[in-house]
Structures are given as C-alpha cells and as structure tokens.
Design a protein around this ligand. Structure first.
Ligand code: PMV
Length: 322
C-alpha cells in the first residue's frame, strides 16, 4: 500500500497526576490518576536524510540521542516499522510545558505525541491498543517495569481507575475538587524508586505487603470519595497514602516538609505524586481560592513552581494558573 504523506503533522498529549496508588500499582494494586493540563506537542515534517529530533533536552539525529532518550529513539523506530515506512526523511520537534522527571508523566506524554504525530503524518488510523503497545517500548526504557498507568492517564481526558493489565475505567466525579501541584525542582528517579521498593519488598516482604494492601484499600475508598463528592475523605486518604509511601522509602525530607507546609496552610490532604525521591507533591484545597493560598505558601517555602486548578464536574479544568 502506498501512503501519501501530509508533509506536516501534529500529535498532542498532556501530563498526568497520580491521586493515589503509585508504586503499589506496579504490584497489581489499583491506582487513581487524572489528566493535568500541561500540554506537549510533537510536529513531524519531511526532511531529507537521517531522522532529526529537536526538544529542550536534545537536538540532533536520533541515532546520536543520549542514553536516557534511547526509549524515544526505539519508539520512533518501532512506530515507523509498524507503519512500514523508512526510518529516515523526517524532522520531529517536541514542544512541552511538562517539567521532565517530576512525576508528571512527561516521558509517556512525549511518546504519545510522537506516535500520534507519525500516524497522522502517514494518514493512518491509530487504535488505543496500538498506541499503548508502541508507547510501552519507550516506557520500558524509561521505567524498567512500567505499570502502564502513565500512558493511560496521559491519553485520557478524565480521572481513571487503573489496574495493571486490566481495562482502565473512567471515574465519574460527583463534586469538583481543587488540586495544588508543587514542583520541588528536583528531578525524581522513577526507575531507582521502583527498584528500591522491589529491594525492600524482597528484604521485608510482610512489612511491604502490608503497605501495599493498605494502599489498595486507600484507592478503593478514594474512588468511593470521588464518586460521592466527599473531598474531606479524599484528603484524609491522600494523607494515609503518603504515610505508606514513606514506609515504601520513596519520600524524602524535602517532600515531607513541603507536604507539611500544605497541611499547615489548611490543605485537606497532601502527598507526593509519581515515582518520588524528588519531583512533585499534590495537595487538596478547600476551593479554588484556598488552593491559590496553599500554592503561594509552597512557593514561599521554596518550590520551583506551583499550579492550582479545579475540576469541573466530569470535565477538567476551570482554571490553571499557567
Ligand atoms: O514518576 P512517574 O510519573 O513516571 O510515575 C511512576 C508511577 C509508578 O507507580 C511509581 C511506576 C509505574 O510504572 O506505575
């Protein structure tokens, strides 16, 4: 089949937040994640010669990409192989507002945009299953043993209930809720954090299994809180989840300090989000105005950046200060 190129194509995606359940999700427990509207876009154009790539991290040929971007190179190649197209004559540009390595799912979001833009460039329909299998190539390089949560949340417009290897489900939220996100400015290391949890699991199986079981209950009850619009309960559950993340060894003093700042500013709950060992925290505000107060307090305490927004019934977001 001969495929005609569009000469230029765009693919888009967004970042994600894990409300509850990170790390436990790697062990088959449920997690709840939601889209976070920091956007990323890939633009593909025709350009003779080896494939060129341009992003804030790297500019050059894909075959010379630094090691930490190998997953992206492989994802581009796999996608072109799938499309039966030569691995050349393209220029791919990434424009992203998602800070890298902060637990906001930037690697999954970038891979999603790349796959979407290449399919659009060659005017091919892209099913969710194919998207996920191609993005998994890159995510496996980035994480080692990804649960798949990042890529599903980064390609969804709604909060989702996720279990590894199972069909994810949209959660219908009853009441708007108000989220503050604060970036420590420190790059987390999901791969290292996941490996550390595994080591602890092997050394202290019963302790870690208890934590994982508690996180499972927290995720169940958080779903109940969202479906019933009980934000006070959701906040309490986020705090309980943070205690278990501390026990898993993926929080640190700086994250704990910032979480306390948010709680002292009246947040209903707060926890790290994503892999941990750096990255971001999330806090639950009482309303949008109060979320701004919490976000400001976090900036005063030294975070690199904070955002706050409200969900609006099922559709997200009424306001994002970016
Ligand atoms: O740090 P992030 O945004 O890539 O999130 C990782 C989430 C984990 O549960 C720690 C790992 C995974 O594969 O789900």
């Amino acid at each position: 089949m001969s495929l005609k190129s569009n000469k230029k194509a765009i693919g888009e995606s967004h970042s994600k937040l894990i409300l509850v359940g990170e790390h436990a999700v790697v062990y088959g427990k449920p997690a709840i994640a939601m889209p976070f509207p920091l956007k990323v876009r890939a633009t593909v154009k025709e350009s003779k010669g080896p494939i060129k790539f341009k992003s804030s991290l790297y500019r050059g040929y894909i075959y010379e990409m630094p090691n930490e971007m190998r997953g992206i190179e492989e994802c581009i190649k796999e996608t072109l192989n799938y499309l039966n197209k030569p691995i050349r004559d393209l220029h791919i540009t990434i424009d992203s507002l998602i800070p890298i390595g902060r637990g906001l799912g930037s690697s999954a979001a970038i891979s999603i945009t790349i796959v979407r833009s290449l399919f659009s460039f060659y005017r091919q329909k892209l099913s969710k299953d194919i998207l996920f299998s191609l993005v998994t190539v890159a995510e496996t390089y980035a994480h080692g043993n990804p649960s798949g949560l990042d890529m599903i949340a980064s390609s969804s417009e709604y909060p989702i209930w996720f279990k590894k290897g199972k069909e994810s489900m949209t959660i219908k939220i009853r009441e708007p809720f108000h989220i503050v996100v604060a970036d420590t400015g420190r790059t987390g290391n999901t791969r290292r954090a996941v490996t550390n949890v595994k080591k602890r699991y092997d050394l202290e199986k019963s302790n870690i299994q208890k934590s994982l079981a508690k996180i499972e209950r927290i995720a169940d009850e958080s779903k109940y809180a969202l479906v019933n619009g009980d934000n006070n309960l959701l906040g309490k559950l986020m705090n309980l989840n943070q205690q278990e993340l501390i026990n898993l060894g993926v929080s640190d003093d700086n994250l704990n300090k910032l979480i306390n700042v948010a709680i002292n500013a009246g947040a209903l709950g707060a926890k790290l989000t994503g892999g941990g060992l750096g990255g971001c925290i999330i806090a639950l505000g009482r309303d949008l105005e109060h979320s701004k107060v919490v976000a400001d307090e976090l900036v005063k305490s030294g975070v690199e950046k904070s955002w706050y927004f409200s969900t609006e019934n099922e559709r997200l977001y009424v306001s994002l200060n970016d």
